[in-house]
Design a protein around this ligand. Structure first.
Ligand code: UDP
Length: 482
């Protein structure tokens, strides 16, 4: 018999992108606080960037039970790892990283015969190789899809939509309501389905990828979500039909703060945050600023960039705009800045290349968030009670932005449009004409979010259940082998 570790040992493997890594790190911290041993598998690229952009090393030193391992992602170092590269990233992860992951857990340092064998795996839902590895070593797999549950539910409905002939779309009417996504009837139109549903034929590589994910999700012992019951109850109940064991433990960044009783947590940014925007915000009046960010992956054309700029300046609002390096196709700079833009930006704007977003959204000077509707950004906005102007780009963002406008009534959805007149109109709507209505609603939902992670709240209870389950998995895994 081996010298078994007294602690349960959870192996965490996120998709190597800013959003998923951030979420899974928050979960890893929450579990580490509960005497659970964690091994966190990052790609070398992500780990290097965390080390160079944050106080990663000193922050995580406090968790004696948490250790990092790295694998190559298989992409050349100069690959920009932007949203358009995700299919390449996934393919190379499968070829290069998956075999190393398997080896680590079967015959390697964390295998059944090691000093501290892994007792549970948490992997991103897109990693279809994970159930095989979990099966080989006989431990439970929990899938953690860090996109929105409403987005993932639309992914899971894809086989049904194809069978019913709703995807691919039969004509160009993007406003046609979708009938075969249970729980979303009357809400989702063609344009609100995840972006890959716009593919003309079913041989599209993303469609194939999602269909493969759909087959693997039910193989997990449980599904973890970064959401809270009060926000997505109908969707979560649909999810339980696929996998009865659902843990809704978000918003994770707020949950971690609550359990640490801390004002802030580490940002886990893979870009260097420009803190000067906080001093700029300090000088702006209450709720006068629109915060503008398209997240870590979206890339836009020069035309879109200019429309956005004109729209923001013409709205007359103050704005704090994140212009991430590499986010504009063909270079970030317009050759000559039109005078009216330069003037308007000087008077009312602040531009940074990466912001401390959670701090920005919490700032009293921020009145609304112009966002690409990534799920982390949406939740961060929800927690801070900031209404949204949604300009979705891809994947789950199309669904999220629809829910923001139609279901949660937290803002407006600008999908499929990029026109300076529309941008101006929508910014004015959220910042001026419908301001009170949106603020009241945002304040209400923010309170629900915070209550869910407070003692006795729905996410708080689900996290406790997850922790208990992990501890009992250890007993099962150990007794099963001895
Ligand atoms: N973010 C940030 N600073 C920025 C822009 C974004 O810290 O200037 C963070 C943001 O807080 C969020 C993440 O990057 O946690 C973006 O994740 P999201 O799911 O919203 O979008 P993605 O980048 O995956 O498209």
């Amino acid at each position: 018999m081996h010298n078994r570790s007294p602690l349960p040992h959870v192996f965490v493997f996120p998709l190597p992108l800013q959003g998923p890594v951030n979420c899974m790190l928050k979960l890893a911290e929450l579990l580490s606080l509960q005497n659970i041993r964690i091994t966190f598998l990052n790609t070398q690229h992500i780990q290097q960037r965390l080390l160079s952009c944050t106080d990663h090393k000193s922050h995580f030193k406090r968790y004696a039970n948490l250790r990092f391992e790295t694998v190559p992602d298989g992409l050349p170092e100069d690959n920009p790892r932007t949203g358009d590269q995700i299919p390449n990233l996934l393919a190379s992860m499968e070829i290069v990283a998956a075999p190393i992951f398997r080896e680590m857990l079967t015959v390697g340092a964390y295998g059944p015969d090691s000093e501290a064998p892994v007792t549970c795996i948490i992997a991103d839902g897109i990693f279809t190789f994970a159930p095989g590895v979990a099966g080989e070593i006989g431990v439970p797999l929990l899938y953690f899809d860090t996109i929105s549950p409403c987005g993932l539910w639309a992914y899971l409905c894809l086989p049904k939509l194809i069978e019913a002939g709703e995807v691919p779309f039969k004509d160009d009417n993007m406003d046609e309501l979708i009938m075969n996504a249970p729980g979303m009837e009357g809400i989702i139109r063609r344009r609100d389905l995840p972006s890959f549903c716009r593919a003309k034929d079913l041989d599209d590589p993303l469609i194939k990828l999602v269909l493969r994910e759909d087959e693997h999700i039910p193989l997990a012992r449980g599904l973890i979500f970064n959401t809270f019951q009060e926000l997505e109850a109908p969707i979560l109940s649909q999810m339980r039909n696929i996998c009865p064991n659902v843990y809704a433990i978000g918003p994770l960044h707020t949950h971690l703060k609550a359990r640490l009783e801390a004002e802030t947590t580490t940002s886990n940014s893979i870009w260097k945050e420009d803190m000067s925007c906080i001093s700029w915000l300090d000088m702006q009046p209450l709720r006068s600023v629109v915060y503008v960010s398209i997240g870590s992956l979206v890339i836009i054309t020069k035309e879109e960039f200019l429309e956005l700029w004109h729209g923001l300046v013409n709205s007359g609002s103050r704005f704090l705009w994140v212009q991430r390096q590499g986010s504009v196709i063909g270079g970030d700079m317009v050759s000559e800045t039109p005078v009216e833009l330069a003037q308007g930006t000087k008077e009312r704007g602040c531009i940074v290349s990466w912001a401390p977003q959670q701090e920005v959204l919490a700032h009293p000077a921020v009145g609304a968030f112009f966002t690409h509707s990534g799920w982390n950004s949406s939740l961060e906005s929800i927690v801070e009670g900031k209404p949204m102007i949604c300009w979705p780009y891809g994947v789950d963002q199309q669904v999220n932005s629809r829910y923001v406008e139609e279901v949660w009534k937290l803002g407006v959805d600008m999908k499929d449009m990029c026109d300076r007149v529309v941008i101006e109109k929508m910014v004015k709507e959220v910042m001026e004409s419908r301001k009170d209505e949106f603020l009241e609603r945002a304040d209400h939902v923010a309170k629900l979010a915070k209550a869910s992670v407070s003692e006795g709240g729905s996410s708080f209870r689900d996290l406790d259940r997850l922790i208990d389950d992990m501890k009992s998995m250890r007993i099962q895994a150990t007794s099963g082998r001895n």
